[in-house]
Write a protein that binds this ligand. Structure first.
Ligand SMILES: [Zn+2]
Length: 430
């Protein structure tokens, strides 16, 4: 861990603290933590960073990502979920070598840093999952990640493993990586979805997730055909299946949750199920629009993620924030999803979903120093009477100038310091 002190002077700080304070002031960072946040701090013998021209925000948290899929970007267009999966995505994942997977992860991480994302939850891959952990560790990203689990149904044979083998490998990875780098990397059990999971796997996961106190990360109720197939197999809804096998007793994080009924939502509320909302992917695959305002009204946690690059087609949190606001206004009127609420989904609510809200998701004393500097005065984004509207509707990726994770600079003046962008691009072009 580094021991340096940095004093950030005179930035416009969007704290995302419980009062949602926005203040002009200073931030003192010591090692990997925020020491103080105040309108004026004076500290001796400290590196000073002048931030007069910047809006300083907590690093963005994207709770549903597929690092393994970014090499399949722009390859799977105009298809619905199950065709998209079987014709392009699963064969692509089956064909990954450790080398291609590393490049896919590095390309993703570079893109994620460039839009100010400092924490991700990645749903992993069946084969060579270790490469994802290694790539995350080297890059400096804060992440929850797991080996993807598939032991049932159709799919390339090489991706279908026995529950025993898959869980043994998961536990090896968990023991090696959970807590790595002063807790920068955490493990999650990652069954792809119930259609690719045996009853036995689901039962065992419930027990294991509680024993090791880790997240279960999966997809659910994304597409109408998917929920019909789930009902044919189990005679119940997708959310009821998770509940039936006891997975709701663990910290359960489910991507999408578009097609849920009243019973499902009661189960979700009662068990504090976290919804990982991916608006671009939901629109692009024609899946539908998740009832996020209803979830929020009920007190169900929702957060944002770009999902995989082949159904988005990028990993840009600004696009996800913008769409998370706009698609609900279309359905529920202009008052739906005010900008501060959307901004919370991309920061503190993402942290809450991952059980990290005491550590990240806001700029407050004692929290980890995951901080993003956004250029304030740009022709496409001034004037800025409403800072949250500016951040979710007008800010562009290129306005993110500097990124810090755990008190370490990851990007300065848009130069990535932990990844060699030119090298990654040249290898992919070949
Ligand atoms: Zn996904």
């Amino acid at each position: 861990m580094n021991n340096q002190k940095i004093l950030i002077k005179n930035g416009l700080i969007v704290t995302v603290n419980p009062r949602m304070d926005i203040l002009r002031g200073d931030i003192l960072i010591e090692g990997n933590r925020i020491q103080s946040v105040d309108s004026r701090l004076s500290v001796k013998d400290t590196e000073v960073f002048y931030a007069d021209d910047f809006i300083i925000v907590p690093g963005f948290v994207q709770t549903h990502i597929h690092l393994a899929q970014t090499l399949f970007r722009n390859m799977a267009e105009d298809m619905s979920l199950l065709d998209w999966l079987s014709s392009v995505i699963l064969p692509g994942e089956a064909n990954h070598t450790p080398q291609s997977l590393r490049l896919s992860a590095q390309l993703s991480l570079a893109e994620l840093f460039r839009c100010g994302t400092t924490t991700i939850m990645d749903i992993g891959i069946v084969r060579h999952a270790e490469v994802l952990f290694e790539s995350i560790a080297e890059s400096g990203m804060r992440a929850v990640c797991g080996k993807m689990l598939m032991d049932y149904g159709e799919g390339p044979e090489i991706l279908l493993e026995s529950a025993d083998k898959a869980l043994r490998e998961s536990l090896d990875l968990l023991k090696k990586w959970h807590g790595y780098g002063d807790n920068r990397i955490r493990y999650a059990f990652s069954p792809r979805f119930v259609l690719s999971s045996s009853d036995e796997l689901l039962k065992q996961l419930s027990e294991l997730a509680r024993r090791y106190d880790v997240i279960i990360h999966s997809h659910a109720s994304e597409n109408k055909t998917e929920i019909e197939l789930v009902r044919q197999r189990f005679g119940m809804s997708n959310i009821e299946v998770f509940d039936h096998f006891g997975l709701t007793e663990a910290r359960l994080c489910l991507a999408h949750c578009i097609w849920t009924n009243e019973t499902d939502r009661k189960i979700m509320k009662k068990n504090d199920v976290k919804v990982l909302h991916c608006p671009s992917a939901n629109l692009k695959l024609g899946s539908g629009i998740a009832p996020v305002p209803d979830y929020l009204n009920r007190g169900i946690n929702a957060s944002l993620g770009a999902d995989g690059a082949p159904c988005n087609n990028n990993l840009n949190i600004f696009t996800e924030m913008r769409l998370a606001g706009l698609i609900q206004k279309h359905l529920h009127g202009p008052e739906a999803m005010p900008a501060p609420d959307v901004f919370r989904l991309a920061t503190i609510e993402g942290a809450r979903a991952l059980g990290m809200d005491k550590e990240i998701g806001s700029i407050e004393p004692g929290k980890k120093a995951d901080i993003v500097f956004i250029k304030r005065n740009q022709v496409h984004s001034i004037p800025d009477e409403n800072i949250y509207a500016k951040l979710i509707y007008t800010t562009q990726t290129a306005d993110v100038r500097h990124v810090m994770i755990d008190g370490n600079w990851i990007m300065r003046d848009r130069q990535l310091l932990t990844l060699n962008e030119e090298d990654i691009i040249s290898k992919i072009k070949l």
